[in-house]
Structures are given as C-alpha cells and as structure tokens.
Design a protein around this ligand. Structure first.
Ligand SMILES: [Ca+2]
Ligand SMILES: [Ca+2]
Length: 501
C-alpha cells in the first residue's frame, strides 16, 4: 500500500527542508572570572547554534585600559578561520570577517567553539566587558545574501585578579538594607543582563560577598546587587527572591516607617477611580489611574507605589492588583505585598522587561485594577474608608526619576444594617470600559430601571436617557471619567465609566 502520494511526499520534503534549513546564528561570550590572574587569559566565542550561514562579520569590544590584546586562538571547527579573518584597526576592538568563496551554507554542531580571543592584563586586577559590536556592522548572511533574521548575540565579560568583592543581601537590589517593592524596579532596569554568577547559594537574607559585574546603573548600583538569586542572569526568577525575603531588614537598619501622601500636586497623580460608595463585606475592584487628560504622565520603565489604609477596615487577604491593560505595557515584572514591617500598607511595583520606556499616555492612564474587601466595623454602621495612594518611585529606563503626586480617596462604606446599594446593582457591568470609540453597552440592567443619567465626577448631570436605553454614546465627551447613575424608583446605583482617547 502506498502511504503517501507523490504530491504529499513533495510537501513533506519541502516542509522538512524548511525546518532543517532555517538560517540561524546564536553566539555567546561567557562571563569569566580569572583569579589568580594569568599572563594570558582567553575568552571563548561560542556558537551555540550556527545553521545555514554563508558569511558574516562582527567586531568584539574590550576595555583597553584593562586588557592588552594578545592573540586569537583558532579552533579546528570546520570554518577554516585563520589570521586573515581578523583585523585591529582600532584600539579596544577586534574585527572578524568571514566570507569564504565557493562554499555553500555552513552548519556547525551545536555548542561549537568558534575561536578564542586572548588578552594579557594591563592592570593587576580589573574587569572588562567583552561584547559584540564596534566600528563595523554586525552582519550574518544566508545563502540568498540576505541578513539572517534569527540572530542572537550574548555579550560577556572578563574579571581578573583579586577583585574587591562587594557585600550584598539577596533581593535588596537597591542596597538600602531592606527588601520591598522598590527593589523590583532595578530588575526592570537591568532585565536580561548577564554577568559573573555567585558561587554561594542563596541561604537566607544574609550578607554574601559577590564579584562585581562590569555593568552598573546610572546611580552606580552594581548589577551584582540586582541578580538576586546569583545565577549570573537578571530575569524574572530574581523577583521570586524578592517575594521570599519581602519585608526582611538587615540588622541595625532603621526603618523610617511608611511614607506619607504628597497630596494632589502639580505633578500627575496616582488616584483611585470608581465609585465613592461601597458595601462592607463585598469584594470591590477599583481602577488605579495615573494622570489626567490635561496633565498626563510621561512614559516610564517602572513604577512603585503604596496603598495605605486602616488595617482594621480592609481584609488584608483580599488585596490584589490586576495589571492587565496597564499603561506600562503587557509584559511586566510585578510584585504586590502587604508589608509586615508596618501595618496598613499594600506595596506594589511593576516594571517593563525591555529596558525601555512605555509610550507616554495621552490622558488618564490605567495603572491596574485594585481588588479589596472593606470590613464591617463593630457597630455595623457606615464609615469613611480612607485609601491613600503614595508614589514611591517612577523611573525612566535611564533611571531618571519622574515626579508624581499621590492622593487620598474617601469612600463611604455602607455597614450591613444601613442602606446599601440595591441587590439588583451587583450584576451591572459596562462594556467596554474604558471605551476608546465612545459607545458603551450597559449589561444586566434590571427590568425596573426608570432612568439613566450621565454625571461628571463633580456631580453635574450631562445627559439623561430613558430607562430602556442600553447603549450610551460618549464620543462627544472629552477623555476622562464619568459616572453612570442608574435609577429604579427610589433606589439608585452608580458605575464609573472611562472615556479613553
Ligand atoms: Ca531594598
Ligand atoms: Ca538571576
């Protein structure tokens, strides 16, 4: 029996040919530590994957104040690289060009040593980045003389001699003696970087000695501090160490306590949107916004802030933040913790992973959606719940602080025996919210709605609709927040709607 038709076989072969013939170049330089120092120290250039490459060129940079170039050691790896493939027109750079004649595309076994670059030390103890890039463009070409799309280059470093180690505590990325949400921001600023791994296993919030990395943040924080788990790469796993040691303090560290709200200032502020009346005992979700249409925030890389409250009035286990649709981006690092250092603080930080700034929002920007449950007070009576948002740090990708203000929101909490929002209001939702187009649909309205009105945040009525209306057109309104007031006889419910750009 014939298993495949000729046509099917042709498809099968061309498909497998595509799989195996995908041009790919994945090169890396390790982070080497050589101690004691040696007369000649060689750094390998490894081809982790090297498929269907025809020709390439790149330069390798090093710090000529630390190292003197000695030689290149070739490896019998099938490429036939020799001294004619190298040049040194500039101090601190080695050029490498490979363009053999009459060879087709070359594929090397995975993890092939391409060649080694050897240096002699210029100083007794030092370090240098050994990195791709220089005065010639990095270029890998395939059989069609096209740039290879799948090109991955990982830089390395050479640390040599008796390097004074730096003391650090795992998770305290900003070296202020404690682990909290602001430590997340440095992980964002250095995300994806690699350097010397520590040889000590993370074992408690104790001081360890680390070889400093060649990279530092603009405020001189060494990247070794940011590699919380010490594995030589700054990545999401380091956030897990922050979670483990959250709230830990170094002995003798003075805790200044919680910050205070700076109040609404001229700077774009963090504030809670949503309703001004809630019911005790019910889970509420309120949006946290940054900036307003006429005072939008700049786009940044990472934001840390604190929500302060009376711990007797909020169910601590209910506190959570959802960062979906956050203005900072889709792919974020985040941490959200009720700190045990002081009471009544929910600390949140979010940071991008691309070491770039988010686009500047056009108006009120959604930071995230806060969920919490207000508790009943002892008398089951209404009370004012104070929720205060304080920005702790908002940093651009180059670690410049962007000034923000904070606010306090007063929310009326209805106790169980008091007049509560009617039961029929619980199912109501407004979609989409925020609305970009301007038209929103009211879902799950009860039958007895008498009228619906649109009100500003200051209570001014903008429009009134018949109780049967299920879609509202906000397209003529400026961007901002509005209240949809739904009345059924004497009962009413308020819902917040956000008109986006
Ligand atoms: Ca810290
Ligand atoms: Ca790490």
């Amino acid at each position: 029996m014939k298993l495949f038709s000729n046509a099917a076989l042709a498809v099968l072969f061309s498909f497998s040919a595509i799989i195996s013939a995908q041009p790919l170049a994945d090169l890396s330089i390790p982070d080497l530590v050589v101690n004691p120092v040696e007369d000649t120290m060689c750094v390998p250039i490894n081809a982790n994957h090297y498929q269907e490459v025809v020709a390439y060129q790149f330069a390798i940079r090093y710090d000529s104040t630390q190292l003197v170039f000695a030689e290149v050691r070739f490896n019998n790896n099938g490429l036939g690289i020799n001294s004619r493939n190298f040049g040194m027109p500039l101090v601190g750079q080695l050029r490498h060009l490979y363009s053999p004649f009459d060879t087709g595309p070359i594929t090397l076994p995975d993890s092939t040593l391409l060649f080694e670059v050897c240096f002699t030390p210029k100083v007794p103890n030092g370090y240098s980045i050994i990195a791709f890039g220089g005065d010639i463009e990095t270029s890998f070409l395939d059989d069609d003389v096209q740039e290879i799309d799948s090109l991955f280059l990982t830089d390395g470093s050479l640390t040599f001699g008796e390097i004074p180690t730096i003391p650090l505590r795992p998770g305290d990325t900003n070296a202020d003696g404690t682990v909290n949400h602001t430590d997340l921001l440095n992980i964002g600023l250095a995300y994806g970087a690699s350097g010397p791994a520590r040889d000590t296993v993370v074992d408690g919030f104790t001081e360890v000695e680390a070889v400093p990395w060649p990279q530092t943040l603009p405020d001189d924080t060494n990247f070794a501090n940011i590699d919380a788990d010490g594995n030589g790469t700054i990545e999401a796993a380091d956030v897990a160490v922050l979670n483990t040691f959250y709230g830990q303090e170094a002995p003798g560290f003075w805790n200044p306590g919680g910050g205070t709200s700076s109040g609404r200032s001229a700077d774009p502020s963090l504030y809670l949107g949503g309703v001004d009346t809630i019911n005790a005992g019910e889970l509420m979700t309120l949006p946290i916004f940054l900036g307003e249409p006429d005072n939008a925030a700049a786009g940044g890389n990472g934001l840390a802030f604190t929500l302060e409250f009376n711990p007797d009035e909020v169910d601590l286990s209910s506190l959570a933040i959802n960062l979906e649709n956050s203005f900072l981006g889709e792919d974020l690092l985040s941490i959200a913790k009720v700190t045990e250092l002081t009471t009544g603080r929910f600390e949140v930080a979010l940071a991008r992973k691309d070491r770039a700034d988010a686009p500047a929002p056009a108006g009120a920007a959604l930071v995230g959606n806060l969920t919490f449950r207000a508790l009943n007070n002892s008398a089951n009576e209404n009370y004012q719940l104070n929720l205060v948002l304080t920005p702790d740090a908002y940093l651009s990708a180059d670690q410049v602080t962007i000034a923000l203000g904070g606010t306090g929101n007063e929310i009326e909490v209805n106790g169980t025996v008091s007049s509560r929002e009617p039961t029929w209001a619980r199912g109501i939702n407004i979609f989409p919210n925020p609305t970009q187009e301007g038209v929103v649909i009211l879902n799950n309205l009860p039958a007895g709605v008498t009228d619906i009105s649109l009100v500003t945040m200051h209570g001014q009525e903008l429009a009134r609709y018949p109780g049967s209306q299920r879609s509202l057109d906000l397209s003529e309104l400026p961007a901002g927040m509005y209240v949809v007031r739904i009345a059924a006889g004497a009962e009413q419910a308020n819902r917040l709607v956000v008109r986006g750009r």
